[in-house]
Design a protein around this ligand. Structure first.
Ligand code: ATP
Length: 255
């Protein structure tokens, strides 16, 4: 398997006044370019910690993170995180300016000179993709939670992050909006060449979204299985195969 991103023997512990707690133990994982990978596991198994290590926000106790064979030790614009929190946009900027900010960052990174018209055009392209073009002049506080997550999604796309690290981004929205956002994300992933690493504890979300599902267990956080999900997109939540995979994953998580 060609490996784009590789986690090699990653270990992580946190020290508190009382004890040293091993959170991640010997994590080994190869991630393919442009794949949609989900990390599924119970609360506290270290999913967010693992994502932060990939983002370069959190140091490991040992092990390596490699991208195309080269060690990466710091955060970079190639790996951006999207969180559950609705308040990840700049509240003082309109929707369009939030996205333009990311377009400018991406251009700066590539040493590309863009005119203000070009910057706006690019930002609008991403807002159109998340179906929020008509809300370009709204401020974040004038949007619903699901809309804010769509702007955050547009901003990550506009930043041209090759790797999108998503930490339960739809965890705070109602179930109908959540399903709509899941469908939108699959569509965006199919349109854009991005690698997505998505953290969730929701089995159905993992089955709906991803090509591979990394199943983790608790105390210490370890990978217990990696499941290939070959169900054709767009997945039907009511289908027999969908529910079969759901049950298989459920039994793995509870074993
Ligand atoms: N900064 C920290 N200091 C001490 N312990 C921490 C810190 N960050 C995380 N932990 C501990 O690491 C463990 C894993 O936390 P993490 O947030 O990665 O789990 P998770 O699988 O993402 O959980 P959830 O699904 O509930 O968000 C937990 O026991 C948590 O208390």
């Amino acid at each position: 398997m060609s490996s784009y991103l590789e986690l090699k023997n990653i270990n992580k512990s946190f020290e508190t006044e009382k004890e040293k707690k091993i959170v991640l133990a010997d994590i080994n994982l190869k991630i393919r370019e442009n794949e949609f990978l989900t990390i599924l596991g119970p609360s506290g198994c270290g999913k967010s910690t693992l994502l932060k290590i990939i983002a370069g926000f959190s140091k490991t106790d040992g092990g390596k993170l490699l991208k195309k064979g080269k060690a990466i030790k710091e955060a970079g614009m190639d790996r951006l995180m999207l969180f559950q929190d609705f308040e990840q946009l700049f509240p003082w900027q309109k929707v369009i300016n939030n996205v333009e900010f990311a377009v400018k960052q991406a251009a700066k990174n590539k040493k590309l000179k863009l005119s203000s018209v070009q910057i706006k055009e690019r930002a609008l392209k991403y807002l159109k993709q998340v179906k929020l073009r008509d809300y370009q002049n709204y401020y974040p506080h004038q949007l619903s939670g699901g809309m804010k997550q769509r702007v955050a999604l547009a901003r990550t796309l506009a930043a041209e992050a090759e790797i999108m690290l998503m930490d339960e981004p739809f965890g705070s929205v109602d179930s109908q909006t959540r399903q709509e956002l899941q469908q939108l994300l699959v569509q965006l992933w199919q349109e854009e060449n991005r690698t997505i690493i998505f953290v969730t504890h929701d089995i159905r979300e993992a089955v709906f979204l991803s090509q591979r599902i990394v199943v983790m267990k608790n105390e210490p956080g370890q990978i217990i299985n990696i499941v290939e999900n070959k169900l054709p997109y767009l997945r039907k939540r009511s289908s027999r195969n969908f529910n079969h995979l759901f049950e298989e994953l459920q039994s793995q998580l509870h074993s």
